[in-house]
Ligand binder design. Structure first.
Ligand code: SAM
Length: 219
């Protein structure tokens, strides 16, 4: 089966799985996931599964990407922060639905590869940097939407502080390799409200120092 046919099958399966936002489905259709996976996984790019990328990290399962993107209720005017650039795939999908995407990754090597994909695909509304995303991006705050693609043990207050009033944050919360839940958090004048979207399994959000050998390159 060709990649194009596999992509159509994936979109149909996402619809069947309950993804109804046509904007989200169109964005997924427009972004070539095969450009974000390692070459030997090209033929699996449109299977609904997470795949390994460099540095022991993963590109998320398309259904999770779709569900998280849909939960953000994006508008073309929105400024979005993503924590955990990884391959860059989620940021690329967001870039089709928002005004500007800011994305932070702690591994410089992953970020460099993601940036080259953004360039090749002419995704000019993505701004990226290396750093500890648990600190957010204070210089660019507040954000209309925040998406975290690695699991924190608790909701990071720093990110809540950088979310605009009226904003939405979608993030997995829970221990590494333990029970994690995908949460949608809404911030309003009176505080925050959370709802539970799904049980999930993400790599951990690792705060603190950058990985050995990457720290120097990141400066
Ligand atoms: N969004 C990615 C994509 O579309 O390919 C998938 C992200 S992967 C599941 C999680 C990413 O979060 C990894 O690349 C990991 O290095 C990154 N990460 C973990 N802790 C981080 C932190 N504190 N700051 C920034 N990135 C972090």
């Amino acid at each position: 089966m060709s990649l194009a046919a596999r992509k159509i099958r994936l979109i149909m399966n996402l619809r069947r799985a309950g993804v109804t936002d046509t904007g989200v489905l169109a964005a997924i259709e427009r972004i070539p996931r095969e450009a974000f996976v390692l070459p030997h996984f090209h033929d699996q790019a449109y299977e609904d599964q997470a795949l390994p990328i460099a540095q022991g990290q993963t590109i998320s399962q398309p259904h999770i990407v779709a569900m998280m993107t849909e939960a953000l209720q994006l508008k073309k005017t929105h400024k979005v922060l993503e924590i955990g650039t990884g391959s860059g795939y989620q940021a690329a999908v967001l870039s089709k639905l928002a005004r500007r995407v800011y994305t932070v990754e702690r591994f410089k090597s992953l970020l460099k590869e993601a940036e080259s994909r953004f360039h090749q695909l002419r995704l000019h509304n993505i701004t990226s940097k290396v750093g500890d995303g648990s600190k957010g991006w204070p210089e660019q705050a507040p954000f209309d939407r925040i998406i975290v693609t690695a699991a924190a043990e608790e909701i990071p207050q720093t990110l809540v502080d950088q979310l605009a009033v009226g904003g939405i944050m979608v993030l997995p919360v829970g221990p590494d390799r333990g029970d994690q839940v995908l949460i949608r958090l809404r911030k309003n004048e009176d505080g925050i409200e959370c709802d539970h979207l799904a049980d999930v399994r993400f790599v951990p959000l690792v705060g603190g120092a950058l990985p050995e050998g990457e720290a120097k390159a990141a400066s």
